[in-house]
Design a protein around this ligand. Structure first.
Ligand code: PAF
Length: 254
């Protein structure tokens, strides 16, 4: 089983030992509720590094809806079993006070791209993500950190963060993992009703096959999705839709 630690000081002590021994660290930040998409990130980190550190922290500052934060699944025991299977060595599972020792007085902001696409529909979300990722990358002090391409805008913003602040950690992107019917894996899929789950793969299929972003948005709406946006940007088609209470995001190459 991986060692579970809850304080920054504990990891710093271990990190110093690994550094002295010349061992590389691969870091996978998560909010828990793990699935096969996370397992692929752990596998990539295991392949590239001597030590794998994962964090499990449901970050309050990236939730634009209080209810969403409270309902977010917290399944540390089950998550730890998956991490053990995938060769994670250490799990950093801090409290909110450990991560935000001076509240939210200090924060990272991005003033352009974070306000577009998902950011236009979830005000403040990406600044919360960037703030916690900055903190986690500083704490982990890893050679490499692994992020999934499903959260494509997040990935690009994290790359921008690393560049803007000259962070020494290499940001590694991992491909989207899908269900056999095409639905991108997400912790939120568990919230879909059986009827919503049956419809959900149409999101991927319509994004992939529609001739234009506008045609994709129209086809999704006709199929029963509430469409937040579909846009083609720099060789990818990105979209976000709602099915009942659940928001789904996905992206495909164009
Ligand atoms: O992608 C996620 O799970 C979260 O946004 C992250 C990167 C762990 C930050 O809380």
């Amino acid at each position: 089983m991986p060692r579970i630690i809850t304080t920054v000081a504990e990891w710093r002590d271990r990190r110093a030992v690994h550094r002295t021994a010349g061992r590389s660290v691969g870091f996978v930040p998560t909010m828990g509720a793990l699935h096969a998409g996370h397992a692929a990130l752990f596998a990539a980190a295991r392949r590239d590094n001597d030590v794998v550190l994962a964090s499990v922290f449901v970050n309050p500052t990236q939730f634009d809806e209080k209810n969403d934060f409270e309902l977010y699944p917290r399944t540390l025991e089950r998550d730890t079993t998956l991490m053990a299977e995938k060769g994670v060595d250490v799990v950093f599972a801090p409290s909110v006070a450990e991560m935000y020792p001076n509240g939210t007085r200090y924060a990272v902001t991005e003033s352009e791209y974070s306000r577009e696409l998902c950011g236009a529909h979830r005000p403040g979300h990406f600044n919360g993500v960037l703030t916690v990722v900055m903190k986690l990358l500083q704490i982990a002090d890893a050679e490499r950190a692994y992020f999934g391409e499903k959260d494509y805008q997040q990935l690009q913003l994290v790359r921008g963060l690393a560049e803007a602040f000259s962070l020494p950690t290499e940001i590694i992107a991992c491909p989207i993992v899908r269900e056999p019917d095409g639905l991108a894996l997400s912790s939120r899929n568990a919230r879909l009703s059986p009827a919503e789950r049956a419809l959900a793969p149409q999101f991927f299929h319509i994004l992939t096959t529609a001739p234009t972003a506008a045609a994709a948005a129209a086809a999704l709406a006709a199929a029963g999705f509430i469409v937040d946006y579909v846009e083609d940007r720099a060789g990818r088609r990105l979209g976000a839709v709602r099915l009942g209470q659940t928001r789904l995001i996905d992206n495909v190459p164009r």
